[in-house]
Design a protein around this ligand. Structure first.
Ligand SMILES: [Mg+2]
Ligand SMILES: [Zn+2]
Length: 196
């Protein structure tokens, strides 16, 4: 039997879960945003999958290697685990149109706001896009979520967000951080008469 598709919260990484430092490549620079780990715990406890979808153009630009990205990600997940927070999946876009690294300097279907990362995650993890959420600190994150019909939340814990360039970049909610976003999401679920 196929498993029932689960609803999910798709999370941007830098500026949403961990502090934005610009092309994070050193595990020693990984700092969780206060409340982020607890927010992930609460969202999963409510039955939502929590999945990271992250543009990592530093790979295409030659700023860091796959091994360095893996080391940073391992440290992030180690810190999350100390608070009991687990990620259901992690998906990276390694590309950039102006990237100089062989094979990665290209227009792709997975660099947000393109929807490829979320579509890949939904396919691999059997997730329902209907009733799911996207949380990020960039207008790209919002546009990506909106394009797929997700409920998108813009958080102020990373880059100061640019003004919306079009209605496609307007979130359903602006929140201070992931903790506040999770609180709002959980309130929405509670208002759904137990239908999930
Ligand atoms: Mg970000
Ligand atoms: Zn890509």
């Amino acid at each position: 039997m196929n498993p029932e598709p689960r609803r999910a919260v798709f999370l941007d990484r830098d500026g949403t879960i961990n502090e934005e430092v610009g092309f994070l490549r050193d595990p020693a620079q990984v700092r969780l945003i206060p409340g982020a780990a607890q927010a992930i715990v609460r969202l999963r406890a409510a039955g939502l999958a929590v999945v990271v979808v992250s543009n990592q153009s530093g790979l295409a630009r030659g700023i860091f290697s796959h091994a360095e990205l893996a080391a940073v990600q391992a440290e992030l997940e180690r810190q999350l685990s100390l608070a009991g927070a687990i990620l259901d999946g992690v998906f990276f876009c390694p590309h950039h149109p102006e990237g100089t690294v062989e094979g990665l300097g290209q227009v792709c279907a997975c660099r947000k706001p393109e929807p490829g990362l979320i579509q890949e995650a939904a396919g691999k993890l059997t997730l329902s896009l209907a009733g799911s959420f996207m949380v990020g600190d960039s207008r790209r994150d919002v546009a990506c979520g909106n394009a797929l019909g997700l409920t998108s939340i813009l958080v102020h814990s990373g880059h100061p967000p640019a003004p919306a360039a079009s209605p496609a970049e307007e979130p359903a909610l602006v929140a201070s951080d992931l903790a506040a976003a999770a609180e709002w999401i959980l309130g929405r679920l509670a208002g759904e008469d137990g239908v999930r």
